[in-house]
Design a protein around this ligand. Structure first.
Ligand code: S3P
Length: 430
């Protein structure tokens, strides 16, 4: 699909929006709902392509998942040992979360399964989950010496493990926690900085014995997971595009309702506030064990800052759009310790540097980040998404403050995480 979109500069932005449900939490709601006993109802589920890949995968393993008229899901859980061998290869599409979490989960089943994905996913590193899972006794094979999908998984008995992860990755941590449910003893994962903890929170919400401690988390095997009602908050990663849109358009005012502000995800708010952005958290509350707030954002004069360390995993998916904000900040913004950006849906450092440069930005790549000099406005031109939803949407936001229109090639990928992005962007322009 080679859809193209043209975005014209914004004179002003105003309004009140809600963004779709959190992608990470939506994936986990299907996984845990399927493994639980009884019914799980999911409100606010994200109907994006990535989450539908997970949904189809669990249907293929015998789980009944009904999509209700209001968009909610009703999942009839099969219990921890109730999944059945899929009749075909499971296609995880573009979704790293689907393939990596399921690899952990499938390693402990009593059947054989094969996971694959689209041409982007088939290039992404899988040894980061295969290596620690193999210390648990998992039997998994892949292309490229075991680093690339398709992955073939022969489920079997697993041993508990202690793993010190060299990277802060929720996908690695979650794959091990899910495998740990099936192990013969506790499984502990430590990581350099805390990555998103949605798996830990939801496992606990469903009744599992999960114990976080400073620097890591331990899961204990053989819990009985209980079907629950899950309310998925709005995705802060989707809200981030609109936060930056409102910050960079002078005079803008935008209220974004019902956004998940879990501290392991809210780094983007901290970073944009440190840049001088006016973002207020209103009506803070909790939904199914996850903190939520409404965000009131005003157009602001931004300044360049240095970004690195523990905030990086807390904002890992937002760096494309943070780099857009930095283009309009006074002075220089430096992003470091973000080498993981090179192995996302595409190499997000290379992609943003290339495309923002095309638009007249002053951006340089370094191995683990970027250095961005602020400009008054971008020029405009034709840019490419690199098949990556977050690159496409970040470039659409950059276009709001260009002097001429910006054409973005290959934009169908936005359906991965945010099917209604374009109408929502149109709705707040005045
Ligand atoms: C995710 C974890 C992050 C993030 C991805 C979703 C998850 O990946 O980039 O979009 O749902 O666990 P890593 O764990 O590879 O950092």
């Amino acid at each position: 699909m080679n859809e193209t979109r043209t975005v014209v500069p914004a004179r002003s932005l105003h309004g009140e929006i809600t963004v779709p449900g959190d992608k990470s939490i939506s994936h986990r709601s299907i996984m845990l709902g399927s493994l639980a006993q009884g019914t799980t109802r999911v409100h606010g589920f994200l109907h994006g392509e990535d989450n539908h890949a997970t949904l189809k995968a669990f249907r293929a393993m015998g789980v009944t998942i009904e999509e209700l008229a209001d968009g909610d899901l009703r999942i009839e859980g099969k219990g921890l040992h109730g999944l059945t061998e899929p009749g075909d290869v499971i296609d995880c599409g573009n979704s790293g979360t689907t393939i990596r979490l399921m690899t952990g989960l499938l390693a402990g089943q009593t059947f054989f399964s094969v996971l694959t994905g689209d041409r982007y996913l088939r290039k992404r590193p899988m040894k980061r989950v295969l290596n620690p899972l193999s210390t648990m006794g998992a039997q998994i094979w892949g292309r490229g010496g075991g680093d690339l999908a398709p992955l073939a998984i022969l489920g079997g008995p697993l041993k508990g493990t202690e793993y010190n992860s060299p990277i802060s990755s929720a996908q690695v941590k979650s794959a091990l926690l899910l495998a740990g449910l099936y192990a013969d003893g506790p499984t502990t994962v430590r990581e350099p900085h805390l990555s998103r903890d949605h798996s830990e929170r939801m496992l606990r919400y469903f009744g599992a014995d999960v114990r976080p401690f400073a620097g890591g988390v331990t899961v204990f095997p053989q819990p009985k997971l209980e079907g629950r009602e899950v309310c998925v908050p709005g995705d802060i990663s989707s809200a981030a595009f609109f936060m930056v849109a409102a910050l960079i358009v002078p005079g803008a005012e935008l209220l974004i309702r019902n956004v998940g502000v879990n501290p392991t995800r809210s780094g983007v708010i901290d970073i944009l506030q440190a840049m001088g952005g006016s973002i207020e958290l209103l009506n803070s509350r909790e939904l199914s064990g996850e903190p939520v707030a409404d965000l009131l954002v005003h157009g602001s004069r931004l300044k360049g800052i240095e970004i690195g360390g523990a905030v990086v995993p807390r904002a890992i998916d937002e760096f494309p759009v943070i780099s857009v904000a930095a283009c309009f900040a006074e002075g220089t913004t430096t992003i470091r310790d973000a080498k993981e950006l090179r192995v996302k849906e595409t190499d997000r450092i290379a992609a943003m540097v290339e495309e923002l440069t095309t638009l007249g930005g002053r951006v340089e790549a370094c191995e683990d980040g970027m250095v961005i000099g602020g400009v008054e406005s971008l020029t405009g031109g034709t840019v490419k998404s690199h098949g990556d939803h977050r690159i496409a949407m970040s470039l659409a936001i950059a276009a709001l403050r260009a002097r001429n229109e910006v054409t973005i090639v290959d934009t169908a990928c936005t359906a991965t995480s945010f099917p209604d992005f374009w109408p929502l962007l149109a709705a707040i322009r005045v």
